[in-house]
Design a protein around this ligand. Structure first.
Ligand SMILES: [Zn+2]
Length: 102
């Protein structure tokens, strides 16, 4: 498994978790018109989504040098060669190299 695949796997897992909280958020927001305690669920979903976003921003790191890659995560899977980055900006390791060899 390459470094790019490891990073994409982490990113997509967090993206799915945030999406799940988003679905719960909107369903709870719709139901909160009738049931008051659902507003607590809405507030909890906002906090949890923010936690996922902060996690992505701070813990999304190169496995070799631990430099933060949070601001580059969207270009990991870009199909356009101009937007796609292939090397870690911190240590220069190729993202297509095996993650076990770093
Ligand atoms: Zn690195």
């Amino acid at each position: 498994m390459t470094i790019r695949e490891v990073l994409l796997r982490r990113y997509r897992l967090n993206e799915r978790i945030a999406f799940g909280f988003g679905v719960v958020f909107f369903v709870s927001l719709y139901g909160a018109k009738r049931v008051e305690w659902l507003m607590y669920v809405v507030a909890a979903c906002v906090v949890l989504i923010m936690c996922v976003l902060v996690y992505l921003e701070t813990k999304f790191r190169c496995p070799r040098c631990q430099v933060r890659l949070g601001n580059l995560r969207l270009s990991l899977s870009s199909k356009r060669p101009v937007r796609r980055f292939n090397y870690c900006p911190g240590c220069g390791v190729s993202l297509d190299s095996e993650s076990g060899s770093v």
